[in-house]
Design a protein around this ligand. Structure first.
Ligand code: TYM
Length: 322
């Protein structure tokens, strides 16, 4: 099954990125899987050139440290393959202005930014280009990307109807638990790189002390009963989801073992620390050899270009570009 997914190099991955996406990428990786560090997407936000370059390399190392194996699947950087930007233009002439303004992520981000970049509006078209270039069948992402994926499907179908069968219409795929990891301080809002407070967001490379502190201080409720119930106990259910996602059992089973919030939090902190520690160690070792990382990125880009080039060319030809 052809799989494609991407992540922005806008800082260290947080628990939402890890449990909502990266963990399932690692589990599903095979020779037909493509994972992409989407540096072009990061240009829609304020970021210095040096930070973007460094974070792109760091995120590539982080993904490998998490278990993405460049010998098994294809791991590459979006801007290293020119067909993404080229396909983006073709699809901007298929998508409509109205459907882009209806995207929740656009409304949310543009309301927070003073000087709005046009790329913030057209962002989901570039995402559609990423996905459709690889004849992707399944896109493993967190719940927050569902609307973007629906738009991708819409664009693919419209293109196929207008210009002839060219694209595969991809399916959305999210993990069974932790598809939407919530902010530890504000469990009504998703954990996010840009919005969460320092205590609300747990990064995968946080120190053991910080992980413990953030989990201990996570907002729950005052009723005191350990029960998996998103309606009335979102803070606690979020912790149970995180626990279940690391331990591989259903969240309600985790809940049954605990009577007190404090005990659950203590064990969860230990579980998160022991699960993330080996990743942080591999990450440090990988960053010690940037030349090797550059080599891996070049190889990934070559593999990705070999697959995406013919798809780009057939789309361009179908539209009348000779
Ligand atoms: P990004 O970089 O914001 O997030 C990367 C992945 O992490 C997931 N995620 C979450 N999952 C659960 N809970 C959360 N709180 C949480 N926060 C983030 C996201 O759903 C995503 O899977 N537009 C995309 C990147 C992208 C892409 C693509 C994805 C560009 N092209 C093509 C798939 C296919 C984004 O900004 O993800």
């Amino acid at each position: 099954m052809r799989i494609f997914s991407g992540i922005q190099p806008s800082g260290a991955p947080h628990l939402g990125n890890y449990l909502g996406a990266i963990q399932s990428w690692v589990q599903s990786q095979n020779s037909e899987a493509f994972f992409c560090v989407v540096d072009l997407h990061s240009l829609t936000q304020e970021i210095s050139p040096d930070d973007l370059r460094r974070q792109t390399l760091e995120l590539t190392a982080a993904l490998i440290a998490c278990g993405i194996d460049p010998d098994v699947c294809t791991l590459f950087v979006q801007s290293h393959v020119p067909y993404h930007a080229q396909m983006n233009w073709l699809l901007e002439c298929v998508a409509s202005y109205g459907e882009l303004t209806r995207m929740v992520a656009f409304k949310d981000k543009s309301s927070r930014q003073e000087a709005q970049r046009a790329g913030l509006l057209t962002y989901p078209v570039l995402m559609a280009a990423d996905i459709l270039l690889y004849k992707t069948e399944s896109v493993p992402v967190g719940d927050d990307q569902k609307q973007h994926l629906e738009l991708t499907r819409e664009i693919a179908e419209r293109f196929n109807n207008r210009y002839g069968q060219t694209f595969v219409v991809p399916e959305f795929s999210k993990p069974a638990v932790a598809a939407r990891v919530m902010d530890l301080q504000e469990p009504s809002r998703k954990m996010s790189k840009s919005v969460s407070s320092p205590l609300g967001k747990l990064d995968i490379f946080d120190s053991a002390e910080d992980i413990e502190k953030k989990i201990k201080k996570a907002v729950t409720d005052t009723d005191g009963e350990v029960r998996y119930d998103w309606e009335t106990k979102p803070g606690l259910s979020n912790l149970l989801d995180i626990f279940a996602s690391f331990s591989g059992e259903p969240p309600s089973h985790v809940a049954e073992r605990y009577e007190r919030y404090g005990d659950l939090k203590t064990d969860l902190a230990q579980l998160v620390i022991s699960s993330l520690e080996p990743i942080a160690q591999r990450y440090k070792a990988l960053l010690g050899d940037p030349a090797e990382l550059e080599k891996l990125m070049a190889r990934g880009a070559e593999k990705a270009a070999a697959v995406s080039r013919p798809v780009y060319e057939s789309a361009a030809r179908a539209m009348g570009l000779s």
